[in-house]
Design a protein around this ligand. Sequence first.
Ligand SMILES: C[S@@+](CC[C@H](N)C(=O)[O-])C[C@H]1O[C@@H](n2cnc3c(N)ncnc32)[C@H](O)[C@@H]1O
Length: 258
Amino acid sequence: LRRVDRWIANLAVLRRTSDPLVVDLGYGASGVTSFELERRLRRVQPDVFVLGLEIEPDRVAVAKRQLESVRGRETTFAADAHVEFTRGGFEVPIPDARLATIIRAFNVLRQYDESEVASAWQLMLTRLQPDGVLVEGTCDEIGRVSTWIDLTRDGPQSLTVSLRLAGLEMPSIAAERLPKALIHHNVPGEKVHAFFDELDRQWRNAAALANYGPTQRWIAAVEGLREAGWPILTGRTRWRLGEVTVSWDSVAPHRFQA
Ligand SMILES: C[S@@+](CC[C@H](N)C(=O)[O-])C[C@H]1O[C@@H](n2cnc3c(N)ncnc32)[C@H](O)[C@@H]1O
């Protein structure tokens, strides 16, 4: 989850908040992804605290044992890692009535039906601090292809596509890894389909720049997207990472109530 963690580490709210609490919702079979998240965020926010939530009690038990190993210095993670694990779902239970600065829900909603997305989002959003961000997305098993939606209490704000550029054939490979809210809408007539069409076209147009490396080619493709009128929300520092972020409105499905 390195790509999305790098994104989260850069969210301004993480530095601004007086209570940097990050929830890793649905951390999975092992708590390692939560420990990695904490390690990456602590570099930019030393006071960060990561709360791993899982709906599966067995997975909570596993992660709690892993935490004991971390505390006992049996791992490469800091013994004082600011991490805890507990059972919970989209209602995001946090002790002491605290609210989350950021909720990372990765590869969780893909197990659900599209009709369940809006209510899950809604529940999670109520658990955010006023400037908090829900980062909901997916990635492939080896982390080469990842996409996510940033949501604030006002609803969805942006879609980010993040790709390993070395060996990339076509950026639309990311369409197979879209968040549940978008994945079934990658069909002609939908905005997200037009987005990938144009991104592929720009990537092809920039093929000559491949001699200077895939990063230069990607930057040219994103520039091309912007010139074609797509509302790109980030700058070159992010493009260099193989990312592109567009406004939610530019890709939102025609029929989706959120
Ligand atoms: C595919 S794993 C993802 C693990 C990790 N986040 C990652 O991206 O590698 C999905 C996890 O979400 C958990 N899950 C499913 N629904 C959930 C819910 N409503 N609340 C919390 N966890 C949930 C599942 O138990 C499973 O462990």
